[in-house]
Design a protein around this ligand. Structure first.
Ligand SMILES: NC(=O)c1ccc[n+]([C@@H]2O[C@H](COP(=O)([O-])OP(=O)(O)OC[C@H]3O[C@@H](n4cnc5c(N)ncnc54)[C@H](O)[C@@H]3O)[C@@H](O)[C@H]2O)c1
Length: 312
């Protein structure tokens, strides 16, 4: 394996494949490490990337993928709050130990910087809105606990290992093309698009008035690439959000309007581990990363609906 600008762990997934595409487009040499558990080879079709099939829980596999790498975007993880409630042990093994393997291998190979995708779920419920990064974390779900542990390891490594750099990004609810509506743990936006398009009811947990800071994938990719480059970001945590919350009901209605189809809602009890409201303060990302969300919610939903309807 020769020298590469970027290793994207989880690069066959929704966010990872969109990031890999953007990196290739700007001329980077990109390697992807993925075990294809929730990711999909089709997401990388036609993309000039080197693919290493491997398991984050194996230090040897991760280390082998790290050779000659300048920057690591560590996105490989088992996502989804409900999945972690169902199986906290595997969530921890992949999301915490997997991250430790990435950090150790990056340290051992002299990687310049690791960018880690953490999550809004580290905040839990007791917080002011919009939430700033200095809010004491209080995760509810095992997924949030694992992400918090993993991000603390990133910050720790940036402090204890000379010249090692790490940046933590707390993504808020991400949506966009390539997000699968098919998994048992699929996110709301792709599920709603697929259901409404097919004339089926959408399932809403709770009353639908819970809000989320839905963030379009292009905004996430932009912030993530910036986090690998800018000075003054080492050892820091940044919210990456749209900075504009919307209710789940509003998103369902907007998708109905975009598709020109009626929206039938089926309400179920709230799911354990879910939070009520989520809204990120993005001042730090604006100031240090130069991040500014370029694609707003209605435009993002239109682009996503177009892509998902074409695929289902
Ligand atoms: N989608 C969101 O709204 C959101 C929000 C906050 C944070 N994040 C984080 O962003 C990252 C990417 O999320 P996504 O939405 O693209 O999810 P995804 O499931 O589409 O992508 C994750 C990728 O990691 C791979 N993977 C999982 N376990 C692995 C293992 N043990 N070894 C190697 N590869 C493994 C999967 O095959 C998949 O390709 C994750 O770290 C996730 O926690 C996502």
């Amino acid at each position: 394996m020769g020298s590469v600008n970027a290793l994207v762990t989880g690069g066959a997934g929704f966010i990872g494949s969109n990031l890999a595409e953007a990196l290739v487009e700007r001329g980077d040499k990109v390697r992807v490490l993925d075990n294809f558990s929730t990711g999909n080879r089709a997401n990388l079709e036609g993309l000039d990337v080197e693919v290493v099939e491997g398991e984050l829980r194996s230090y040897e596999r991760v280390h082998a993928a790290m050779r000659g790498v300048e920057v690591v975007y560590h996105l490989g993880a088992l996502g989804s709050v409900p999945r972690s409630v169902q199986d906290p042990l595997t969530s921890s093994a992949v999301n915490v130990e997997g991250t430790l393997n990435v950090l150790l291998a990056a340290r051992d190979e002299g990687v310049r910087r690791v960018v880690f995708s953490s999550s809004t779920s580290v905040y839990g419920t007791s917080r002011e809105l919009p939430t700033v990064e200095s809010t004491p974390p209080d995760p509810i779900s095992p997924y949030g606990v694992a992400k918090l542990a993993a991000e603390r390891y990133c910050i720790s490594f940036s402090r204890v290992y000379h010249s090692f750099e790490a940046v933590v990004l707390r993504y808020f609810n991400v949506f966009g093309p390539r997000q699968s509506p098919h998994s048992q743990y699929a996110a709301a936006v792709p599920l709603f698009i697929a259901a409404i398009d097919q004339g089926e009811p959408v399932t809403i947990y709770g009353d639908g008035e819970q809000s989320r800071d839905f963030t379009y994938i292009a905004n996430i990719v932009d912030a993530t690439v910036r986090a690998a480059e800018v000075p003054g970001a080492n050892g820091r945590i940044f919210n990456v959000a749209a900075g504009a919350p919307a209710t789940v009901n509003h998103v369902a209605e907007t998708i109905g309007l975009i598709l020109g189809k009626p929206v039938e809602k089926r309400f179920e009890p709230p799911r354990p581990g879910d939070i009520r409201d989520s809204w990120g303060d993005i001042t730090a990302a604006r100031e240090t990363l130069g991040y500014e969300p370029q694609v707003d919610l209605p435009t993002g939903l239109e682009l996503t609906a177009e892509a998902i309807v074409a695929r289902v």
